[in-house]
Design a protein around this ligand. Sequence first.
Ligand SMILES: Cc1cc2nc3c(=O)[nH]c(=O)nc-3n(C[C@H](O)[C@H](O)[C@H](O)COP(=O)(O)O)c2cc1C
Length: 193
Amino acid sequence: MRKVLVLFAHPKFEHSEANLALVLAISNLENVEVRDLYELYPEFNISIQAEQEALFEADVIIWQHPFYWYSCPPLMKQWIDIVLEFGWAYGPGGVYLKNKYILNAITSGGTAETYGPDGKNRFTLRELLQPFEQTAKLCHMNYLPVFHVGGTHQISAEKLKSSADKYRDLVIQLRDSVLLDEASLQHFYSKND
Ligand SMILES: Cc1cc2nc3c(=O)[nH]c(=O)nc-3n(C[C@H](O)[C@H](O)[C@H](O)COP(=O)(O)O)c2cc1C
Protein backbone atom coordinates (compact mmCIF):
# COMPACT_ATOMS: atom_id res chain seq x y z
CA MET A 1 0.00 0.00 0.00
CA ARG A 2 1.38 3.40 -0.97
CA LYS A 3 1.38 6.46 1.24
CA VAL A 4 -0.71 9.37 -0.11
CA LEU A 5 -0.01 12.91 1.08
CA VAL A 6 -2.67 15.52 0.33
CA LEU A 7 -1.36 19.08 0.60
CA PHE A 8 -4.48 21.16 0.95
CA ALA A 9 -4.65 24.95 0.68
CA HIS A 10 -7.82 27.03 0.99
CA PRO A 11 -7.61 30.53 2.50
CA LYS A 12 -11.33 30.58 3.34
CA PHE A 13 -12.06 26.97 4.19
CA GLU A 14 -14.86 28.05 6.54
CA HIS A 15 -16.81 29.22 3.45
CA SER A 16 -15.91 26.25 1.26
CA GLU A 17 -18.44 23.83 -0.18
CA ALA A 18 -16.52 22.00 -2.90
CA ASN A 19 -13.20 21.48 -1.12
CA LEU A 20 -14.98 20.69 2.12
CA ALA A 21 -16.83 17.85 0.38
CA LEU A 22 -13.58 16.57 -1.13
CA VAL A 23 -11.63 16.72 2.11
CA LEU A 24 -14.40 14.99 4.06
CA ALA A 25 -14.52 12.23 1.45
CA ILE A 26 -10.87 11.30 2.00
CA SER A 27 -10.55 11.88 5.74
CA ASN A 28 -9.93 8.76 7.81
CA LEU A 29 -8.56 6.71 4.93
CA GLU A 30 -5.73 4.41 5.91
CA ASN A 31 -2.31 5.59 4.67
CA VAL A 32 -3.70 8.94 3.52
CA GLU A 33 -2.50 12.10 5.27
CA VAL A 34 -4.25 15.43 4.68
CA ARG A 35 -2.16 18.45 5.62
CA ASP A 36 -4.29 21.59 5.82
CA LEU A 37 -1.63 24.20 5.11
CA TYR A 38 -3.69 27.26 6.15
CA GLU A 39 -4.51 25.58 9.46
CA LEU A 40 -0.88 24.57 10.05
CA TYR A 41 0.66 27.86 8.94
CA PRO A 42 -1.83 30.74 9.30
CA GLU A 43 1.10 33.20 9.49
CA PHE A 44 2.85 31.61 6.47
CA ASN A 45 5.76 30.44 8.66
CA ILE A 46 6.04 27.04 6.98
CA SER A 47 8.27 24.46 8.65
CA ILE A 48 10.53 23.30 5.82
CA GLN A 49 11.75 20.35 7.86
CA ALA A 50 8.24 19.10 8.74
CA GLU A 51 7.10 19.45 5.13
CA GLN A 52 10.17 17.70 3.72
CA GLU A 53 9.72 14.87 6.22
CA ALA A 54 6.08 14.46 5.15
CA LEU A 55 7.14 14.48 1.49
CA PHE A 56 9.91 11.98 2.07
CA GLU A 57 7.43 9.51 3.59
CA ALA A 58 4.94 9.87 0.73
CA ASP A 59 4.73 7.94 -2.53
CA VAL A 60 1.87 9.93 -4.07
CA ILE A 61 1.38 13.66 -3.46
CA ILE A 62 -1.74 15.68 -4.24
CA TRP A 63 -1.82 19.48 -4.41
CA GLN A 64 -5.49 20.09 -3.56
CA HIS A 65 -6.76 23.65 -3.87
CA PRO A 66 -9.40 25.92 -5.39
CA PHE A 67 -8.27 27.44 -8.69
CA TYR A 68 -7.38 31.08 -7.97
CA TRP A 69 -6.50 33.27 -10.93
CA TYR A 70 -5.50 30.19 -12.92
CA SER A 71 -3.17 29.02 -10.19
CA CYS A 72 -3.08 28.09 -6.51
CA PRO A 73 -3.72 30.17 -3.39
CA PRO A 74 -0.67 32.09 -2.09
CA LEU A 75 0.28 29.76 0.78
CA MET A 76 0.62 26.85 -1.62
CA LYS A 77 2.90 28.95 -3.82
CA GLN A 78 4.93 29.85 -0.73
CA TRP A 79 5.07 26.15 0.13
CA ILE A 80 6.48 25.38 -3.34
CA ASP A 81 8.93 28.29 -3.11
CA ILE A 82 10.51 27.29 0.17
CA VAL A 83 9.98 23.55 0.63
CA LEU A 84 11.27 22.41 -2.76
CA GLU A 85 14.83 23.44 -1.98
CA PHE A 86 17.83 23.43 -4.29
CA GLY A 87 20.01 20.45 -3.33
CA TRP A 88 17.02 18.63 -1.83
CA ALA A 89 14.27 18.58 -4.45
CA TYR A 90 16.37 19.49 -7.50
CA GLY A 91 19.92 20.40 -8.50
CA PRO A 92 23.03 18.55 -7.29
CA GLY A 93 21.99 15.97 -4.66
CA GLY A 94 18.36 17.01 -5.05
CA VAL A 95 16.94 13.54 -5.42
CA TYR A 96 14.61 13.17 -2.44
CA LEU A 97 11.41 13.35 -4.53
CA LYS A 98 12.67 11.15 -7.33
CA ASN A 99 10.06 8.77 -8.83
CA LYS A 100 7.24 9.94 -6.57
CA TYR A 101 3.87 10.68 -8.19
CA ILE A 102 2.13 14.04 -8.00
CA LEU A 103 -1.05 15.66 -9.33
CA ASN A 104 -3.27 18.66 -8.79
CA ALA A 105 -6.83 18.25 -7.48
CA ILE A 106 -8.67 21.44 -8.34
CA THR A 107 -12.07 23.01 -7.91
CA SER A 108 -13.01 25.93 -10.15
CA GLY A 109 -15.88 28.34 -10.69
CA GLY A 110 -15.49 27.87 -14.44
CA THR A 111 -17.07 24.71 -15.84
CA ALA A 112 -15.01 22.07 -17.64
CA GLU A 113 -16.35 23.41 -20.99
CA THR A 114 -14.88 26.87 -20.33
CA TYR A 115 -11.39 25.38 -20.20
CA GLY A 116 -10.34 24.80 -23.80
CA PRO A 117 -9.64 26.64 -27.06
CA ASP A 118 -13.34 27.41 -27.60
CA GLY A 119 -14.14 28.36 -24.02
CA LYS A 120 -13.86 31.71 -22.29
CA ASN A 121 -10.79 30.57 -20.37
CA ARG A 122 -9.12 29.75 -23.75
CA PHE A 123 -6.67 27.15 -22.45
CA THR A 124 -7.07 23.63 -21.12
CA LEU A 125 -6.43 23.02 -17.44
CA ARG A 126 -3.40 20.94 -18.39
CA GLU A 127 -1.99 23.94 -20.25
CA LEU A 128 -2.71 26.35 -17.42
CA LEU A 129 -1.14 23.96 -14.93
CA GLN A 130 2.14 23.69 -16.82
CA PRO A 131 4.15 25.44 -14.08
CA PHE A 132 3.10 22.65 -11.69
CA GLU A 133 3.88 19.97 -14.26
CA GLN A 134 7.32 21.41 -14.96
CA THR A 135 8.02 21.83 -11.23
CA ALA A 136 7.27 18.12 -10.82
CA LYS A 137 9.52 17.28 -13.74
CA LEU A 138 12.42 19.37 -12.43
CA CYS A 139 12.07 17.51 -9.12
CA HIS A 140 12.22 14.13 -10.94
CA MET A 141 8.59 13.29 -10.13
CA ASN A 142 5.91 11.74 -12.32
CA TYR A 143 3.14 14.29 -12.96
CA LEU A 144 -0.33 12.77 -13.35
CA PRO A 145 -3.45 14.34 -14.93
CA VAL A 146 -5.47 16.80 -12.86
CA PHE A 147 -8.60 15.81 -10.94
CA HIS A 148 -11.11 18.61 -11.57
CA VAL A 149 -14.45 19.66 -10.12
CA GLY A 150 -15.75 22.56 -12.25
CA GLY A 151 -18.74 24.87 -12.12
CA THR A 152 -18.65 25.07 -8.33
CA HIS A 153 -20.91 28.15 -8.18
CA GLN A 154 -23.88 26.25 -9.62
CA ILE A 155 -23.04 22.68 -8.69
CA SER A 156 -25.93 20.54 -7.41
CA ALA A 157 -25.65 18.66 -4.14
CA GLU A 158 -25.96 15.43 -6.11
CA LYS A 159 -23.12 16.29 -8.50
CA LEU A 160 -20.89 17.44 -5.65
CA LYS A 161 -21.56 14.18 -3.83
CA SER A 162 -20.65 12.14 -6.90
CA SER A 163 -17.47 14.21 -7.41
CA ALA A 164 -16.48 13.65 -3.78
CA ASP A 165 -17.14 9.91 -4.12
CA LYS A 166 -14.98 9.88 -7.24
CA TYR A 167 -12.19 11.72 -5.43
CA ARG A 168 -12.33 9.13 -2.64
CA ASP A 169 -12.10 6.32 -5.23
CA LEU A 170 -9.19 8.11 -6.92
CA VAL A 171 -7.23 8.46 -3.70
CA ILE A 172 -7.88 4.82 -2.76
CA GLN A 173 -6.76 3.62 -6.18
CA LEU A 174 -3.63 5.79 -6.15
CA ARG A 175 -2.86 4.42 -2.69
CA ASP A 176 -3.37 0.86 -3.87
CA SER A 177 -1.13 1.41 -6.91
CA VAL A 178 -3.86 0.88 -9.46
CA LEU A 179 -3.87 4.24 -11.29
CA LEU A 180 -0.30 5.30 -11.74
CA ASP A 181 -0.17 6.03 -15.44
CA GLU A 182 -1.71 8.76 -17.54
CA ALA A 183 -3.90 6.54 -19.75
CA SER A 184 -5.59 4.62 -16.94
CA LEU A 185 -6.13 7.81 -14.97
CA GLN A 186 -7.74 9.54 -17.99
CA HIS A 187 -9.96 6.50 -18.45
CA PHE A 188 -10.95 6.64 -14.76
CA TYR A 189 -11.82 10.36 -15.06
CA SER A 190 -13.92 9.85 -18.17
CA LYS A 191 -16.07 7.10 -16.63
CA ASN A 192 -19.59 8.20 -15.56
CA ASP A 193 -19.02 11.84 -16.60
C1 LIG B 1 -9.48 35.03 -5.58
C2 LIG B 1 -10.26 34.05 -6.42
C3 LIG B 1 -9.79 33.72 -7.67
C4 LIG B 1 -10.48 32.79 -8.46
N1 LIG B 1 -9.99 32.46 -9.68
C5 LIG B 1 -10.63 31.55 -10.44
C6 LIG B 1 -10.11 31.17 -11.71
O1 LIG B 1 -9.04 31.62 -12.14
N2 LIG B 1 -10.82 30.28 -12.45
C7 LIG B 1 -12.00 29.74 -12.00
O2 LIG B 1 -12.57 28.93 -12.73
N3 LIG B 1 -12.50 30.06 -10.78
C8 LIG B 1 -11.85 30.96 -10.00
N4 LIG B 1 -12.34 31.27 -8.76
C9 LIG B 1 -13.49 30.53 -8.21
C10 LIG B 1 -13.00 29.42 -7.25
O3 LIG B 1 -12.16 28.52 -7.93
C11 LIG B 1 -14.19 28.68 -6.64
O4 LIG B 1 -14.91 29.63 -5.87
C12 LIG B 1 -13.74 27.54 -5.75
O5 LIG B 1 -13.10 26.54 -6.50
C13 LIG B 1 -14.93 26.90 -5.03
O6 LIG B 1 -14.44 25.96 -4.10
P1 LIG B 1 -14.86 26.03 -2.56
O7 LIG B 1 -16.35 25.81 -2.48
O8 LIG B 1 -14.06 24.96 -1.88
O9 LIG B 1 -14.48 27.42 -2.04
C14 LIG B 1 -11.68 32.20 -7.96
C15 LIG B 1 -12.14 32.56 -6.69
C16 LIG B 1 -11.45 33.47 -5.92
C17 LIG B 1 -11.97 33.83 -4.55
